[in-house]
Design a protein around this ligand. Structure first.
Ligand code: HEM
Ligand code: CU
Length: 595
């Protein structure tokens, strides 16, 4: 084999019995299997549990989005009147008898959507699921550095999500996902729904911090013999940079939310001006965390894209070090730009400086995009679902990034702030970027995780539906936002009707696309073909072990003998992944030399 030098490898000390079985192998009775999963410290099982939890929450958050779109299908909703509006009404608050009451439900529905999607879906999505599963394998380790801590993060995530769901069952929260003060400290007093939701986010933060800490230590300490920093796959660089932000930024939101709860419960004056507090202070605290966190969302997405493009174009990544350092660069700059969310609430000088700093983010970001495109150039591009998603990511993320520029520019942002333009911008980066990369990554690694192939053609059809649905949903939002449609309103003037209708149709198309994806993946689990060890011909370490991997990941401790993207020296020209394993490296070198 090419990636593992077995002649020098020593077998793991304890290689008895079940250690050579797939990590998915049954442990006997149903009860002992459930017990085994609940108490597992295997990073792969924890990753799989996160994956399904995140996908379920994505579905719930998505349904909330559909409800929001239903409500916005008509300019005004007369309670019990217009067909679509009343559908929203009957699904959310059949008892609401006035428009004001209906509007409250609208506010709760979009808050539910935003809070779930940000704190329970995108933030944990890639690192906690795919990161957990593949970070140790890609660096040739048996597990993360602190497996028990990993299990603890999982339970903290579950507990946080339970609190969030509780606040919803009790009637929901209407503050928006940003919990801006003083509204969030004054609304809904007497009930504790806001406090419960805020506490949930506080708890979820710990899960994020512990996962980040675990990953940082794992990358520093557990790389296989022979793997230097610049032999690491770019997925690792991305997840590693993310982990640093998670550890440094998340405590800030924890403290902020604690202060918010204190003010609510004990009327201590921190943010509420009537108590001597300052509401803008909350915004500073919030965005000091939440801007870096948008990079917690996007860096892992970018990390996946580097893998998808290199593997499915079978080409060495153009400018490996530039991409690796761009990840760290983005992580560093992300801490300097939070003020761009508050241009309309700060002094002129501060706004001016934050605007300038914001433009800096575009540099490392553009470096990555250029390098991905240069990698594709003259590659042997496979047209399959992961590659399709990589291309979709490039297209949508570029639009998302470029529309960040008019928002970063003071003069234009004063007009665009708090409009649908912002809504479209962040959906292009968060959904068009991160979620697209996530779905692409799920397909790329599905055969490895579950040992089953999925049906390629239907999955590609689903990807195309998602792509069309996404643009149909969000392009009209750019247009109406630029024309003045504000965000977070349940009704609007007639001029925007057609845009909102198109957007709602788009959201239905998205729903259909994602349901088709779900169907294809479930079908693969039930009736998929058995996956080979390396269906795509990848060179990183996860492709050098079984599909699905054994409990300890590798039969022998791997020794790294070539870089993660050395396609030009390890893979013969016109080679087909079906012919795996690769021919001997010396032989390939001869072929390349004579080519
Ligand atoms: C080139 C890169 C980017 C630039 C220059 C940029 C710039 C901006 C600016 C200036 C705003 C504030 C607009 C306003 O409220 O008036 C904003 C909002 C936002 N951006 Fe970006 N952005 C970039 C990339 C990203 C990425 C990668 C993400 C997430 C993955 C993201 C997520 C968001 C979110 C969530 C908001 C809205 C927050 C809210 O008010 O609810 N942005 N962006
Ligand atoms: Cu920001």
């Amino acid at each position: 084999m090419s990636t593992i030098d077995t002649s020098r490898a020593k077998p793991h000390a304890a290689s008895h019995g079940h250690h050579d079985e797939s990590y998915l192998a049954s442990r006997g009775s149903l009860f002992s299997n459930i017990w085994d999963w609940c108490t597992t410290v295997d990073h792969k099982k924890i990753g799989v549990m996160y994956l399904f939890a995140v996908l379920i929450l994505f579905f719930i958050g998505g349904l909330a989005a559909i409800l929001v779109r239903l409500e916005l299908f008509e300019p005004t909703r007369v309670v019990g009147g217009k067909v679509v509006g009343s559908l929203f009404q009957s699904l959310t608050a059949p008892e609401a008898t006035s428009t004001a009451a209906g509007n409250n439900w609208y506010n709760r529905t979009f808050t539910l959507h935003g809070a779930i999607m940000v704190f329970m879906v995108i933030v944990p999505s890639v690192p906690a699921s795919l990161g957990n599963f593949f970070l140790p394998i890609q660096i040739g380790a048996k597990d993360v550095a602190f497996p028990r801590l990993n299990l603890l993060s999982w339970y903290i995530y579950v507990i946080g999500s339970i609190f969030a769901v509780l606040s919803i069952i009790l009637g929901g929260v209407d503050t928006g996902w940003t919990f801006y003060t003083p509204y969030s400290t004054l609304t809904d007093l007497g009930f504790s729904r806001v406090a419960i939701m805020v506490f949930a986010v506080f708890v979820l933060g710990f899960s994020s911090i512990l996962t980040g800490l675990n990953f940082v230590v794992t990358v520093h300490k557990l790389r296989a013999p022979g793997m230097g920093w610049f032999d690491m796959p770019l997925f690792i660089w991305g997840v590693y940079s993310t982990a640093i932000i998670q550890v440094l930024a998340t405590p800030v939101i924890g403290i902020t939310l604690l202060l918010l709860c204190m003010e609510r419960l004990f009327r201590i004056g921190i943010f509420d001006p009537s108590l001597g507090g300052d509401p803008v202070l909350y915004q500073h605290f919030f965005w000091f965390y939440s801007h870096p966190v948008v990079y917690v969302m996007i860096l892992p997405g970018m990390a996946i894209i580097s893998e998808l493009i290199a593997v499915h174009a079978r080409k060495r990544i153009f400018g490996y070090r530039a991409v690796a350092f761009a990840s760290l660069g983005i992580a560093a700059v992300s801490f300097l730009v939070w003020g761009h969310h508050m241009f309309t609430g700060m002094g002129e000088m501060a706004s001016f400086i934050f605007s300038g700093l914001t433009f800096l983010v575009a540099i490392p970001t553009a470096v990555k995009v250029f390098n991905w495109i240069a990698t594709l150039y003259k590659g042997s591009i496979a047209i399959n679902t992961p590659m399709l998603y990589a291309l979709i990511f490039l297209f949508l993320f570029t639009i998302g990034g470029l529309t960040g520029l008019p928002l970063a520019t003071l003069a234009t942002d004063v007009h665009l702030h708090d409009s649908y333009f912002v809504v479209a911008h962040f959906h292009y980066v968060m959904m068009g970027g991160t979620i697209m990369a996530f779905v692409g990554g799920i397909h790329h690694w599905w055969p490895k995780m579950f040992g089953k192939m999925y049906a390629e053609k239907p999955a590609m059809v689903a990807a195309i539906l998602v792509f069309i649905g996404f643009n149909l949903t969000f392009i009209p939002q750019f247009l109406m936002g630029a024309q003045g449609m504000p965000r977070r309103y349940a009704s609007y003037v007639d001029d925007f009707h057609i845009y909102h209708q198109l957007s709602t149709y788009g959201s239905f198309l998205l729903l259909v696309g994602f349901l088709l994806h779900a169907f294809v993946l479930v079908h693969s689990l039930v009736a998929g073909k058995k996956a080979p060890a390396n269906p795509w011909g990848g060179l990183t370490l996860e492709w050098a072990t079984d599909s699905p991997p054994i409990a300890h990941n590798f039969h022998h401790e791997p020794i790294v003998t070539h870089g993660p993207y050395d396609y030009d020296s390890v893979v013969p020209p016109h080679w087909d992944p079906k012919d795996y394993p690769l021919p001997d490296q010396k032989q390939v070198a001869q072929i390349h030399a004579g080519h």
